[in-house]
Write a protein that binds this ligand. Structure first.
Ligand SMILES: Cc1cc2nc3c(=O)[nH]c(=O)nc-3n(C[C@H](O)[C@H](O)[C@H](O)COP(=O)(O)OP(=O)(O)OC[C@H]3O[C@@H](n4cnc5c(N)ncnc54)[C@H](O)[C@@H]3O)c2cc1C
Length: 404
């Protein structure tokens, strides 16, 4: 284990969110001396994450899932309900995990429990040291990267994993630009109790302002992500708990019965961003440092975990062969490995969101027809489900249950 004031690690991971912690655990488990530097976020994260099957397998393989299981609810059924009230409406579509031979598409867990589980696992790893600190500067050089912490300590590493979120300092240090677009929408998030059981089903209402999605939590609880226009989101966020509960019950046509919101609400402006390159100058980007997608279809962190698993796989392989873990070969391979997965998911989410927002009838019709075909054509339907859970083009080894 590197000593904070003497040795230098082979890898420094910047950012202690779920993507950074997963990358650090994968690297350290594979025998690479790793330091994770993470500052605590300013506000508590009350969101939940629907971890799809491949991500759950990766968590099992990394020894994290045992700490998550009690706080996670299975996602066995996914319903999409067209609540746009428009001329071209699609039929209700219902996907069941059993149709593709799975017990569940994935599991939903509150982010605070996921982070806690990752931190517990991280503390057991002799190759991993965690500094609760802020990185002030990242300075790439030809054969290493210097990382300066707020307490003044310099670290030197062969590879830096930038998992420092949307405003990534690591990305700027690598000189990587971002393609970035805002949507005229805000996601309101809240966890809630309800009087009727969810029966392990998520329900996504497609509304003219965006999706309104209930995702099950253990017991008679669910999380809600409600995509709205910004003025309406502000209006709802300003309501007291009883008023907001009533609004949610009304908007959900009472499918979960009486609603009681829990303390803690979040407002997240919708935005899509993709780094023009995922690795340069001995710095690789993972999670939201590399890509941000709107919270539609539970893809964001699942992509981030595949980033973490991919850099783990590449760097551990290079380390075992005695190669430079931050060399150009590894950086280029990482960029190639992640580009198709991130690009295809971003495009699909963007298209779906735009067809909800648009008043253009043919686009609305295309969405309706697409959902109708998925509903009616069995092989297409199963292919869509399999691709949603485990993309054929991007299954790093950890997602297949293989230890690094
Ligand atoms: C409403 C909503 C719902 C969502 N639901 C889902 C879902 O169901 N499924 C899914 O897969 N995804 C979902 N997502 C996406 C998911 O939440 C994000 O992808 C995920 O939180 C990003 O994790 P991260 O580790 O990349 O970044 P973050 O969680 O932002 O972590 C970055 C960390 O880096 C730290 N940091 C930043 N700068 C520094 C520095 N200089 N020094 C040290 N530390 C630093 C920060 O404090 C933070 O802890 C949702 C997103 C939203 C907005």
């Amino acid at each position: 284990m590197p000593d904070k004031h003497n040795d230098s690690p082979a890898t420094v991971v910047v950012g202690g969110g779920p993507a950074g912690l997963t990358a650090a655990i994968a690297l350290a488990e594979g025998g690479i001396a790793t330091v994770l530097v993470g500052k605590r976020p300013g506000t508590p994260d009350n969101r939940t994450t629907a971890l799809l099957a491949g991500s759950v397998t990766a968590m099992e393989t990394l020894g994290v899932w045992a700490y998550c299981a009690a706080n996670a609810a299975p996602l066995k059924v996914m319903r999409i309900v067209d609540d746009t009230g428009r001329l071209w409406r699609s039929p209700e579509v219902k996907f069941e995990a059993s149709e593709i031979g799975l017990d569940a598409f994935g599991y939903n867990i509150e982010n605070r429990h996921l982070i806690e589980a990752l931190e517990r696992r991280a503390r057991f790893l002799p190759n991993l040291q965690i500094f609760e600190d802020e990185v002030r500067a990242v300075m790439p050089q030809s054969d290493e990267v210097e990382v300066e912490l707020k307490d003044g300590l310099p670290l030197h590493a062969k590879l830096v994993v930038g998992a420092d979120g949307r405003q990534s300092l690591c990305r700027k240090a690598a000189g990587i630009k971002v393609d970035d677009r805002r949507y005229p929408q805000v996601a309101l998030t809240v966890c809630l109790r309800h009087s009727r059981p969810h029966r392990d089903a998520s329900t996504e209402f497609h509304t003219p302002s965006g999706p309104f999605t209930f995702v099950p939590l253990p017991g008679q609880r669910s999380s809600l992500v409600w995509v709205l226009d910004p003025a309406k989101a502000d209006e709802l966020a300003a309501l007291n708990d009883d008023e907001l509960s009533n609004e949610i019950e009304r908007a959900s046509h009472s499918i979960l019965g009486k609603i009681e919101v829990e303390p803690g609400r979040g407002l997240f402006p919708l935005h899509v961003a993709t780094a023009q390159c995922f690795a340069d100058k001995r710095i690789v980007l993972v999670g939201e440092a590399a890509h941000v997608v709107p919270p539609i279809g539970a893809q964001g962190l699942n992509l981030g975990l595949r980033d973490a698993a991919s850099i783990g796989e590449l760097a551990v392989g290079a380390h075992r062969r005695g190669h430079d873990i931050g060399g150009t070969g590894i950086l280029n391979a990482y960029d190639r490995m992640r580009r198709a997965d991130v690009g295809s998911r971003t495009l699909a989410i963007d298209l779906l969101n735009r067809t909800l927002l648009t008043d253009f009838l043919p686009a609305q019709g295309a969405r309706g027809l697409g959902l109708y075909m998925i509903d009616r054509i069995g092989p297409l339907r199963r292919a869509v489900m399999r691709e949603g859970v485990a993309p054929a083009a991007a299954q790093p080894r950890l997602m297949r249950g293989e230890v690094l």
